[in-house]
Design a protein. Structure first.
Length: 435
């Protein structure tokens, strides 16, 4: 499977071109007002309304990076991936915004990260936006999240939020107000040329390898290996990473088996990052969200062991041409099964309802039933619409024939007309009223 080559270069002139443009029409972006949890959806024809919303300077309003079906902002309703974003809470690591900006520029010069299209000054930190030319299909969500996670690893020392990788996430709306300090959110355009997905991916460790290439040849196009097992691995682990972070949120950080969760999380992240120190840093950041954080030394040891196990698996997975195997005699620790994680972390049915991949057979059955019910409902609505149309067509035909009969024989009785048309006398009376 290869990336589609970009045919035509596209540019942004204003910040909103990253979200709504002639090349980004599919679906709707949406704002979220934190105070009332209210969403508002905007298509390309609603651009003026979105800009008007931005000018109102409301407090704590956020804007989705990507586009969804109208009325719903979930992974299932994703319609188009429009941006890749990295959220930098530099204040959490005692780095000022000016200092963070200088460091970002140095990383760009060194070729560690690409130059962002937008830099949003969120009030206390920074948000980097990389605009995808023409948008990307929902099927590429696993890749855009892989890219995001890799960029976060490069920016972790600036407070990059490890949990902000999901396609449904929202960043602050430009010109709104940050309620924590009353500052207005501002935005700068750093690069007008939008990126192809290939360009953004070229800054990452290739999916099929453990390390980045030493040199990146300018102008080369990255090719995604045509291995379904590799794509499945990253799709699964990206979704699992998001679910594990969600679990901590749902439990307000009250985690009983913290060491178990740390190991599972670090193993999962290791397969995405393929970098030991970055894996440990991600685990430390998750540990900070626990009500009772573990000692840093314990987290580092657990995450380090998880990384080693994950890389031993990945090396063997690579040797097997990215095909899973099920023999346990080799002693290699493969990724845990969903049911094992659910049992180990005691994930409840209520928690599973909000998760993407950490679900049991009962939840799968419920979702499958709902999917089929929705499909039948949609099909039924189409059948009903078609039925109504047919009935209208039949009525129009009867009216036309009745009119012809009356013109030829105005004195015909309703009984005679009914016999000719093949309907009841009462139906003839109704048709006459319509005429």
């Amino acid at each position: 499977m290869a990336f589609l080559l970009q045919v035509q270069e596209t540019y942004i002139e204003e910040w909103h071109d990253c979200y709504l443009s002639e090349s980004k029409k599919t679906g709707f972006v949406c704002t979220l007002q934190l105070a009332n949890k209210k969403h508002r959806f905007y298509g390309l024809n609603d651009l003026d309304a979105l800009l008007k919303e931005a000018k109102k300077r409301k407090t704590d309003v956020y804007l989705s990076l990507n586009a969804f079906e109208y009325g719903s902002r979930t992974t299932k309703t994703l319609k188009q991936i429009r941006n890749i974003g990295v959220d930098l809470d530099c204040y959490k690591v005692n780095v000022s915004v000016p200092k963070a900006l200088e460091e970002i520029k140095q990383l760009i010069i060194k070729g560690k990260i690409p130059n962002p299209n937008l830099v949003i000054f969120s009030g206390r930190g920074l948000q980097l936006i990389y605009s995808i030319s023409g948008g990307a299909a929902p099927a590429m969500a696993f890749l855009t999240q892989y890219i995001t996670t890799q960029y976060i690893a490069e920016l972790k020392h600036l407070g990059a939020d490890t949990a902000a990788t999901d396609v449904t996430r929202v960043f602050r709306l430009p010109y709104s107000i940050n309620g924590r300090n009353g500052k207005q959110v501002t935005v700068e355009i750093w690069r007008t040329l939008e990126y192809s997905l290939e360009e953004l991916y070229s800054y990452c460790t290739p999916l099929e390898r453990r390390r980045k290439p030493v040199k990146r040849r300018k102008g080369t196009v990255s090719i995604l290996p045509p291995k379904s097992g590799l794509k499945t691995l990253y799709s699964l682990n990206t979704a699992r990473k998001n679910d594990l972070e969600l679990l901590v949120t749902l439990r307000n950080g009250d985690i009983e088996k913290r060491n178990v969760l740390t190991y599972i999380y670090a193993y999962t992240v290791a397969l995405i990052l393929k970098n030991k120190q970055a894996t440990i840093d991600f685990a430390l950041q998750l540990n900070d969200r626990f009500q009772e954080p573990q000692k840093a030394s314990e987290v580092k040891r657990t995450a380090g062991n998880a990384y080693d196990d994950a890389m031993e698996f990945f090396d063997e997975f690579q040797k097997r041409d990215f095909r899973m195997w099920y023999s346990t005699r080799d002693g290699i620790k493969r990724p845990m099964k969903n049911e094992t994680i659910i049992e180990e972390l005691e994930i409840t049915p209520e928690e599973m309802q909000q998760m993407t991949t950490l679900i049991d057979d009962n939840e799968k059955q419920k979702r499958d039933t709902e999917r089929k019910r929705k499909k039948r409902r949609e099909k039924g609505m189409l059948q009903r619409d078609e039925y109504i149309k047919q009935q209208h067509d039949k009525t129009d035909d009867k009216l036309f024939k009745l009119q012809e009969l009356l013109e030829k024989n105005p004195k015909a009785t309703n009984k005679e007309l009914a016999a000719i048309l093949g309907v009841s006398i009462r139906r003839v009376q109704q048709l006459k009223k319509e005429l």
